[in-house]
Design a protein around this ligand. Structure first.
Ligand code: UFG
Length: 337
């Protein structure tokens, strides 16, 4: 199957592109390099031996997308291209709503115009569960009001896809709700290296471990969790990438719309992951306790039994693997700068 991967040079996108190629899929990438670098394409080629067709286009641009569809005739889409910074979205709601909605709409219009393309995989997020009433979270748990415009785009696009699936019985749509993706490719060639001060915990720890930043700010130690710090479900990006291949295989059986949590099923606190990182790398990570960060929930982890039962999805890697792979990637990146 030929698959269009939007945002295919980004963190999760690039790992998924490699998994797809290694599983025999023909991949086309559309990415406007907003939050990614062109040399990721060389790195994908280095890892897989294949250089996917690449289109430097904004997925909102229907004309450019139309040309791509006419030429490539993809049968499936994995849609990663989106703005994704929770905090930033609060200050830039218009940009977030426009970008995340318009890219999705443009792709859905292409599916209308090119009926050969019936399969759509959407990058959703555990953020749609809002402040959870309980953990672990199941797919049947309610979507809650989002705490940020970013989260709201995920909630609303999920609903839009459900409405579209009701009237387009020939479509197969997978909504994948990611928990906290971390780690990097085993080669050290792909990973997450945000510009400036990272928002997310693991990229921040990577910068502390490699001497770029002095210490980790732990946001809150008074949550109702065993050690008082926030608990999350950290999933290795390679496992997450494999989840996309399994979801595509599921779509090939014509299931209609399906929704899966992709996590590990295990919660890890901020202090636990700092300790795990130290054990995995042998590097001391200094930290200071700071006040809670606005909008954070105490605890959030997945019940992954649906993905396990229906997709055969289980994680190959643990938090130690992810810490070590993330560190190795960051160390290599810093040397290249
Ligand atoms: N944290 C710190 N210090 C930091 C950064 C984070 O203590 O410098 C803590 C947070 O308070 C939280 C945990 O580490 O307890 C994880 O925070 P991240 O920012 O890494 O991730 P979040 O769980 O806040 O958000 C992630 C994704 C979102 C997605 C959400 C879904 O970044 O896109 O998971 O649950 F919406």
């Amino acid at each position: 199957m030929k698959v269009l991967v939007t945002g295919g040079l980004g963190f999760i996108g690039s790992h998924t592109v490699c998994e797809l190629i290694e599983s025999g899929y023909d991949v086309v990438i559309a990415d406007n390099l907003y939050n990614s670098k062109i040399d990721v394409l060389d790195r994908i080629e280095k890892i897989t031996g294949v250089r996917p067709h690449f289109y430097n286009i904004n997925v909102q641009d229907k004309e450019a997308l139309d040309k791509l569809f006419a030429k490539e005739e993809p049968e499936g889409i994995i849609h990663f291209a989106a703005y994704k910074a929770v905090g930033e979205s609060v200050y830039k709601p218009l940009e977030y709503y426009e970008n995340n909605f318009d890219t999705t709409f443009a792709l859905l219009w292409m599916m209308r115009k090119y009926p050969k393309c019936k399969n759509f995989v959407f990058s959703s997020s555990a953020t749609i569960y809002g402040v959870p009433d309980h953990v672990p979270l199941k797919e049947t748990d309610p979507r809650k009001d989002a705490t940020s415009p970013y989260g709201e785009t995920k909630v609303v696009i999920e609903r839009i896809l459900e409405d579209i699936a009701k009237v387009n019985k020939e479509y197969n749509i997978a909504i994948l709700r990611y928990f906290n993706p971390i780690g990097a490719h085993k080669s050290g060639l792909l990973g997450e290296d945000p510009n400036g001060i990272p928002n997310n915990l693991l990229p921040y720890i990577n910068k502390v471990a490699t001497g770029v930043l002095p210490c980790v700010n732990v946001f809150g130690d008074d949550y109702p969790t065993p050690d008082g710090t926030g608990v999350r479900d950290y999933i290795h990006v390679l496992d997450l990438a494999r989840g996309h291949v399994l979801a595509l295989k599921k779509l090939e059986t014509n299931p209609g719309l399906v929704t899966y949590n992709l996590g590990t099923g295990k919660g890890t606190s901020v202090l636990e992951i700092i300790k795990d990182y130290e054990k995995a790398t042998g590097i001391k990570i200094n930290y200071v306790i700071k006040p809670r960060r606005a909008g954070d929930v105490a605890e959030n982890y997945a019940d992954c039994s649906k993905a396990k039962n229906e997709l055969g999805f289980t994680c190959k890697y643990n938090v130690f693997d992810a810490c070590l792979d993330g560190y190795n990637f960051q160390k290599k990146e810093n040397q290249n700068k």
